[in-house]
Write a protein that binds this ligand. Sequence first.
Ligand code: SAH
Length: 233
Amino acid sequence: MIIVPQVWSGSSLNKNKGLVDHLQSFGIIQSKKVAEVMETVDRGLFVPDGSPAYLDSPMQIGFKATISAPHMHATCLQLLEDNLQPGMHALDVGSGTGYLTACFALMVGSHGRTIGVEHIPELVSTSIKNIEKTAAAPLLKDGSLALHVGDGRKGWPEYAPYDAIHVGAAAPEIPQPLIDQLKPGGRLVIPVGTISQDLKVVDKNLDGSVTIRSETSVRYVPLTDRETQLRGY
Ligand code: SAH
C-alpha cells in the first residue's frame, strides 16, 4: 500500500496529482495516457465526504460496497488501455462510484460508447452526480456515457460487442454473457474467486476462442445478487 503524505498544500487536484505521481513512481501507472486520465478525474469527487481520498486504499461507499484502491484502478486501466481507444465500446460492471466508468468514457470519447452497470440504484444516482462534476460530464449529456441499474452478470447487450469489459467485483466464475459480449480482439478484466481471488485477463481472439491468464491476486467485494450483498454476504 502506498501512503500519500497528508500534508499536501493546494487544491484537491494537486493532491490527486500527488497520488498519480506516486503510482507512477511505483511503476503501477506506466503510460502517459493512464496518468493523464487519472489526473483529470479527481478521486476526491468520488469518495464520501470526510474519507481520505488520496490514500492508496479501498474505501467504504455504503451498501456493503467499496471504491477500489487507486492502484487497482490504475492496474485495470493499464490492462485495458489498448481496448479503450477513441471510438471503442467499454462496459464497467459493478460501476460503484463511477470513477473508472468516467476514466473509460474520457478514453473512448464521444464517438465511443461507455456503459456502467450497477445493481444498487442509490450508487448509480450518486455516480451520475459524481461524474457530472468531472470532465466526463459532457459525455453523459451527449449519451456516449450512461450508467444503468441492473445485474451486471448479464452484461449490457444493447451496445455489445465491447472492446473492453471491466468487472469491479469478484465473481465465483466468469459469467458467460460477459464473454459472449466481448468483441473478437476485446479484453475482459475480472476478479475471479471467493476466499482467494485472482484478477483474470480474458482475451477474445479473432477466431472467437478465448485466452485466460491471471494477472495478480486481489481482494474485491463479491459479484452477487443485491439481497445477498445488502445482508452482508
Ligand atoms: N469500480 C467500482 C467498484 C465498486 S465495488 C469503484 O471503484 O467505485 C463493486 C460494486 O459492484 C459495488 O458497487 C456493488 O454494488 C456492485 N455489484 C456487485 N454485484 C453486482 C451485480 N451482480 N451487478 C451489478 N453490480 C454489482
